[in-house]
Design a protein around this ligand. Sequence first.
Ligand code: FES
Length: 198
Amino acid sequence: MAAESVNHGRRRFLTASTVVVGGVGGVFAAIPFISAWKPSARAVAAGAPVSADISKLAVGTQMTVAWRGRPIFIVRRSEEMLSGLAGEDARLKDPKSEVVEQQPEFAKNEYRSLKPDVLVLVGSCTHLGCSPKLHPEVQPEPWDSQWKGGYYCPCHNSRFDLAGRVYEGSPAPTNLAVPPYRFESDTRLVIGETEGAA
Ligand code: FES
């Protein structure tokens, strides 16, 4: 009798296990349908490329446009701002822009841009998404006595240089993202498309 009740117990356990596994399988079986449906929904939400007139963007200043609901910073960098980027590698987390998700291939260079003087960045801190503020002046700042100009995120003290490269010691894990973009002319950018795109 004792063996009989043990067997019943095992049978109940196996039945329960099968139901649970079957339930999990049902969840996984549903995932392909959700995945197949997602891209078009994302594409709808993504929004179209935006055009930006940079003809009045003065050297050393920044303008902001919205793309996909996010701020895009466009900065006209001076020769001094560009020269300040050299020599900072030892203080940066990813000086060579090795984290591929953070920029298109064309921006994997020392200036992280198509043209050296025009910087284009997603204006969202890679820590928790606050908006970093441009502090272009080369001067000691409360957050960095050797400040060469760049972006400072006041939420949790992340610091980025004038190419959006994140400094060591910042909670932000990666450089600011460079969005896809191309020059339609010398004075007009298209954010959301790359060279060669229609
Ligand atoms: S959100 Fe920028 S440092 Fe935390």
